[in-house]
Design a protein around this ligand. Structure first.
Ligand SMILES: [Zn+2]
Ligand SMILES: [Zn+2]
Ligand SMILES: [Zn+2]
Length: 337
C-alpha cells in the first residue's frame, strides 16, 4: 500500500507511492498520454473498464452499457484506496498513515473528441450533477476529511488521458492548500463577522473591471491578486460553504457559466492546458471546535488556472507569483472572446 507522510516543518501531507520508478523511467519514457486508438473511456468499451459507480444515462439504458452521457468509474491507478483503516502511527519524529481514501474518474463525454463545452450547457449540467452526487455520497464516510474535485486538461496540466474527464480524490486529511484557505476565511470572519468571499464578490461586482460573466446565481471573475495569467474564479452568489448543497436551478446556472467561460478560454488561448478545482468545505464532522463558524465563514468556489507559463525558481522558492497579464486585462480579453 502507498503511504501518506507528514512534513513536520510545513504540516503538509504527501503520498509516497510503493512502486518506486527508476531514474530511466523519467528520462527515457515520459508518461504517454492515452490517445483515442487505445482509449477505454470511449463509448462502446464499457466492458473493458471497472464497473461504473454512477452515471447520467439516456432513459432505458443499462448500467455499464452504452447510452450514457457521463459516468463515474474508480481510478485504475489509485493513489488512495477505499479499503482499510487509517493506521496513524509515528516513526521516530515522523508521522505516517495508510493511503486510505477514494480516487474516481468522471468521464465527461462518450465521444473522445468532443469536449463537454462543445456539447452545450446541458452536458455541463450533467457533469455537475455527477460531481454533486459523488461528493454527497463520499461525505458519508467518516474516515474521509476532504473531497476534492479537479480537472487536468492537457499534458502540461498533468493529464494521462486525452479523453475529456475530471477526477475526485477523497483524502483522510485536509490538504494544506485548502487548510490555508479555511484558516484565512476563519480569521477574516473572526475580525469582521462577514464572509470574505461574499465581500470579495461584492467588491468585484462594484468595480466590474475583473468580471468575466455573471448570471443570477454565479459570478466569474479574475481574482485581484491572481497567481497565474488568466486565472479566474467562479463563485455562487448565495452564501454556501458546501458545493454539494447546490440547488437544481443553481446547477443549471453553473452549467451555463462553465459552458460559456470554458469555451471563451479555449478560443482565446487556443485550447491551452488548464486545471480547475472545486474548493468546498471539509466533511462537516465537528473536530476540536476548529470549524464551528465554517457554515458562515467559508464559501465554496471553483478556481480555473490555465497553464501558460512554468514556475521559476523564484516562484518555487518563495511562493511569490509573477503574473504576466494583469487580471483586469485578462478579464477584458475573456469578456470579449
Ligand atoms: Zn476516448
Ligand atoms: Zn459567503
Ligand atoms: Zn479556493
Amino acid at each position: 500500500m502507498h503511504e501518506l507522510r507528514k512534513d513536520p516543518l510545513m504540516s503538509r501531507w504527501v503520498a509516497v507511492l510503493s512502486d518506486s520508478k527508476k531514474p530511466e523511467e523519467y528520462v527515457l519514457q515520459p508518461e504517454e498520454v492515452i490517445t483515442e486508438s487505445n482509449c477505454k473511456f470511449c463509448a462502446g468499451r464499457e466492458n473493458e473498464i471497472p464497473y461504473e459507480i454512477a452515471a447520467v444515462r439516456e432513459s432505458g439504458s443499462q448500467p455499464n452499457k452504452s447510452g450514457w452521457w457521463a459516468r463515474v468509474i474508480p481510478s485504475s491507478k489509485p493513489i488512495l484506496q477505499i479499503e482499510g483503516d487509517l493506521g496513524r502511527r509515528g516513526i521516530g519524529m515522523y508521522d505516517k498513515m495508510n493511503s486510505v481514501g477514494a480516487n474516481e474518474i468522471i468521464i465527461e463525454t462518450p465521444d473522445h473528441n468532443k469536449k463537454p463545452e462543445d456539447m452545450g450547457f446541458e452536458q455541463m449540467v450533467r457533469i455537475i450533477k455527477l460531481y454533486k452526487e459523488r461528493v454527497a455520497d463520499l461525505e458519508k464516510d467518516s474516515r474521509l476529511r476532504y473531497i476534492l474535485i479537479y480537472k487536468n486538461s492537457g499534458r502540461e496540466a498533468g493529464t494521462l488521458y486525452s479523453h475529456p474527464h475530471s477526477q475526485i480524490i477523497a483524502t483522510p486529511i485536509i490538504p494544506k492548500r485548502v487548510k490555508e484557505e479555511l484558516d484565512g476565511a476563519k480569521q477574516y470572519f473572526a475580525y469582521k463577522e462577514r464572509c470574505i468571499f461574499c465581500d470579495m464578490m461584492r467588491e468585484e461586482l462594484r468595480y466590474g473591471q475583473r468580471l468575466i460573466f455573471e448570471t443570477k446565481n454565479f459570478v466569474a471573475f479574475c481574482p485581484y491578486a491572481q497567481r497565474f495569467p488568466f486565472e479566474f474564479w467562479v463563485m455562487p452568489v448565495k452564501h454556501s460553504c458546501a458545493f454539494q448543497d447546490i440547488a437544481a436551478d443553481e446547477m443549471n446556472d453553473l452549467g451555463l457559466v462553465l459552458f460559456t467561460v470554458m469555451k471563451k478560454l479555449g478560443t482565446l488561448l487556443n485550447n491551452a492546458p488548464y486545471n480547475y478545482v472545486i474548493h468546498t468545505a471539509p466533511n462537516r464532522i465537528p473536530r476540536r471546535d476548529h470549524w464551528h463558524t465554517l457554515g458562515e465563514d467559508f464559501h465554496w468556489h471553483m478556481e480555473i488556472t490555465p497553464r501558460l507559463t512554468n514556475m521559476s525558481g523564484f516562484e518555487w522558492g518563495s511562493g511569490f507569483y509573477v503574473v504576466t497579464t494583469s487580471p483586469e486585462d485578462a478579464a477584458k480579453y475573456l469578456r470579449e472572446a
